[in-house]
Design a protein around this ligand. Sequence first.
Ligand code: MSP
Length: 497
Amino acid sequence: MKPFYITTPIYYVNDKPHIGHAYTSLACDMIARFKRLDGFDVKFLTGTDEHGQKIEKAAAAKGISPQDFVDEISQSFRNLSTILNLTNDDFIRTTEPRHKQAAQHLWNQLVASGNIYLGEYAGWYAVRDEAFYQEDELIDGKAPTGAEVEWIKESSYFFKLSAWAEPLLEYYANHPEAIQPESRRNEVLRFIEGGLKDLSISRRTLKWGVPVPGDSDHVMYVWLDALTNYLSALGYPSDGYQKYWDQAIHMVGKDIIRFHSVYWPAFLMAAGITPPKTVFAHGWWTVEGEKMSKSLGNAIDPVEMVDTYGADAFRYFLLRDLSFGQDGDFSKVTFINRLNTDLANAYGNLCQRVLSFIYKNADATIPTPGEFMPEDKALMAMPKALLPNLRSAIDNFHLHRYGETIWQIIGEGNRYVDAQKPWSLKKEDPVRMATVLYTLCELIRQIAVLTQPILPLASAKILAILSQEKSDFSALEVALKPGLKIDEPQPLFAKYV
Ligand code: MSP
């Protein structure tokens, strides 16, 4: 099986999870699920970023030790995996020994290759971004992101980032797939072309971090520490990490592309490790037209959403409504409309009308079909024929197209029911009724196989009603057996006002 490696950013544990975290994780989960069904050996990693000044401050504000603080909030991110029904294979915390060892090893490699020197940093630091800014980058005394900055002057280790501008540009010229989408790639290239300055990679006045090997007065800059998580979870530096590493895809939000596509590949190249295969930056959600913010208190809480609407519905909306890669707005009205239109009225209705009709009128048994008409054959051939399109939607990160493509077939299914009218065939032509119902069950079965990455819970229910054991994509080719009993179907999706 071909290895496949996908990662979410590791989330800061300064606050509880919101829709932004859920979004990145769900996108990765959708891709990971698809790849597993498509026969890949998948490793899907998520976790928490637990060091740095931001966390130290947040713990102090609560009057508890940083360790107690991160233990508590990291757990809420772990719980989010269960709530969102994520299939991550690992959950890494930067406070774990396996991670600290890997980060220190990477540091030593950078020292050994002559890429680290001791100097003095004098400049601005934004705790919220955990990022350094030059005087000329500030706008009205704040970071370009709007974060407050503070002046820092202290001894610091530096990474010779300036030496890596040319190698990075050359790497990106030869690897167009390494930064996606195209607009982000251009943004990163322009930034590198503007010249890179050496980067401060340690802090002396901060205690909450991974100690710099050989100099316990310093802790590592939190981004160098955090980025290494993608390697530590693979067992780096032990042999064997390369198997997945060569296939690495980092899914990130657009705000952290620079860390992933400039600093991280430069650290890696300097340590003799190939950069990640792809960094994909997705867009940001606003809420009812406004930026999410603590002061507005308008953050969407994924736990509440799942409690109210279920994990499938929340997931479906996020991965279907927004063109993946673009920014979008979360509005309650659009959300409810989409759930009602696509889930309850289209997909749910197709399943419910067919399965409950069989349950009530066909002895709760998948009927044995008579001779298939061309329209039956055409319908049953449709979902499996979509697989190449779906594969390309996933491989090209057009995640919204996935649902779009399948829902066209769901529309075809509902039109077929309307045209064939199985309820009238019951008396007029029972053999034809059996053929029509079988055709519809086969359609629904294939759709349920294909919708697993986007609606895992509903798909599992349908596949269970149809007694399907095998559900990877090879199941598309094995036609449904007639004669199986079905349980009473329950509506799959609620309707909301
Ligand atoms: N800890 C760093 C990542 C280190 S990775 C080595 C971090 N953490 S974060 O918790 O602040 O953000 C995690 C992710 O959430 C980012 O990809 C970010 O883009 C995403 N989002 C935060 N708010 C968001 C929206 N409003 N909309 C969509 N995604 C957003 O950065």
